[in-house]
Design a binder for this molecule. Structure first.
Ligand SMILES: NC(=O)c1ccc[n+]([C@@H]2O[C@H](COP(=O)([O-])OP(=O)(O)OC[C@H]3O[C@@H](n4cnc5c(N)ncnc54)[C@H](O)[C@@H]3O)[C@@H](O)[C@H]2O)c1
Length: 408
């Protein structure tokens, strides 16, 4: 992290000394993410405390950890004489947050995505954890700086963004809040880099606290184009199947619309409203998309989205295309966002972006291809921005000039 100045104080130097042996991890929130983080931490031999507001929520988390570890035990992956139950029995469980963090070396907050609740958790931790303890948040969309501004030690606070499911997804983004120290970033990285996963962990530093961090930010502006396309399809009677086919290239596992159905449109609508406030009004969801969600067509989880999921994954024809957009245009939009990340100083090298996309979405990033195609892609972006009236899609200077090529 060369460009960030170390906030090196006596306290931080003490912290470094004590952290040479990180032992106690406290995970707050025993839901989907908290349970996954507790699982990989106990597997690694840390002492783990799991905290939630009610014992029944902790019980649910413990049950899911037992299931996850049970699968590994069956495959003989827990090691000689180690059972899922023996690992789970080591997890300390409590609903008393202040007491739980008293001996913590690292606290990771994975409570619901609500700023007030997260801030109250951070305040309690700040008041009760030892002075060397690092306070991390697993927020997927909020500003690390905002969450941690309630603490007296923002230099010890950091974003540590795991992906779901934690034991299987290798990507963990370590995010610098405005006041996070270099020391804190390094210790957080050391902790997560060796947590077990089916493939080696990839842990990029996110050097600026900007919406979406790296992976989610890269896929965000595809929605600026697609929101226009959803309305276009609805008004011109173009089928969603044909529009989905437009977004696919040979070897694509899923088109844009099917992937949206898979993840859930309620989630995406909420995220796009957030980007409309934080990045550009061009992210404001269009009429067709708002109607889809208002009609309860969330996708796979509700049985119906753009497509019908009641009989399992829909069988979609990828050969009949609508011809109003292309997978290459979506690549150009993604490359443009990668260049914005470089301009904003979120990352210093485009290779980090491609590696992040590979680890987070299991597909190659587009920056490598942009090296060859940036001139053509810049023209495509100029054309589409003018056609649909979305300024955000215009190529940024870093892309159109090709300067990003110097920042491999
Ligand atoms: N689900 C994902 O795919 C995903 C991916 C990356 C990051 N995240 C982020 O991780 C965090 C947790 O998400 P999740 O999907 O695990 O949510 P979840 O709803 O499954 O779990 C949240 C848990 O937090 C508990 N909780 C609420 N208030 C609490 C408090 N004051 N103290 C202790 N526990 C409290 C809840 O009882 C619940 O068990 C969110 O910030 C989310 O944005 C989620």
């Amino acid at each position: 992290m060369p460009q960030t100045k170390s906030l090196y104080t006596q306290e931080l130097s003490d912290m470094r000394e004590k952290m040479s042996t990180v032992k106690n991890i406290v995970v707050i929130g025993a839901g989907l993410m908290g349970a996954g983080i507790a699982q990989v931490s106990i597997q690694s031999g840390y002492s783990v405390t799991l905290v939630d507001i009610k014992q029944e929520y902790i019980d649910k988390g413990i049950k899911s950890i037992l299931k996850g570890l049970g699968r590994l035990e069956q495959k003989g992956k827990l090691g000689e004489g180690v059972t899922a139950q023996s690992l789970v029995d080591k997890i300390r469980q409590t609903t008393e947050l202040a007491d739980a963090v008293k001996d913590a070396d690292i606290v990771i907050e994975a409570v619901i995505e609500n700023l007030k609740i997260k801030q109250s958790v951070f305040k309690t931790c700040d008041e009760n954890a030892p002075s060397h303890c690092i306070l991390a948040t697993n927020t997927s969309s909020m500003s690390i700086t905002n969450i941690t501004e309630v603490t007296k030690h923002p230099e010890r606070c950091v974003g540590v963004h795991f992906f779901n499911p934690v034991p299987l997804m290798s990507l963990v983004e370590v995010i610098k809040g405005d006041k996070t120290s270099e020391e804190t970033m390094n210790i957080a990285k050391e902790w997560v880099a060796n947590l077990p996963c089916r493939v080696p962990r990839y842990v990029p530093f996110v050097l600026k606290d900007r919406p979406g961090f790296i992976a989610n930010r890269m896929i965000a502006p595809g929605f600026v184009l697609m929101n226009w396309a959803f309305d276009e399809a609805a008004s011109k009677g173009i089928s969603y199947e044909a529009l989905n086919a437009d977004t696919m290239k040979p070897g694509s596992p899923m088109g844009f619309l099917e992937l949206g159905d898979y993840v859930g449109h309620d989630t995406y609508l909420h995220i796009n409203e957030y980007y409309a406030k934080t990045l550009s009004p061009d992210f404001t969801p269009g009429l067709a998309y708002k109607k889809l969600v208002a009609d309860g067509k969330y996708g796979r989880k509700s049985g119906q989205g753009f497509f019908d999921w009641t009989q399992g994954r829909p069988k979609l024809n990828a050969d009949v295309k609508a011809g109003i957009l292309s997978a290459e245009l979506l690549d150009a939009i993604e490359a443009n966002e990668g260049c914005r990340l470089l301009e904003e100083g979120v990352v210093e090298h485009w290779e980090v972006i491609d590696n992040t996309m590979k680890a987070g979405f299991n597909r190659p990033g587009v920056m490598q291809d942009a090296v060859e195609h940036y001139e053509k892609w810049s023209q495509m972006l100029e054309d589409i921005a003018a056609k649909i009236g979305k300024e955000y899609l215009k190529p940024c200077e870093m892309l159109s000039s090709g300067k990003f090529r110097d920042l491999k």
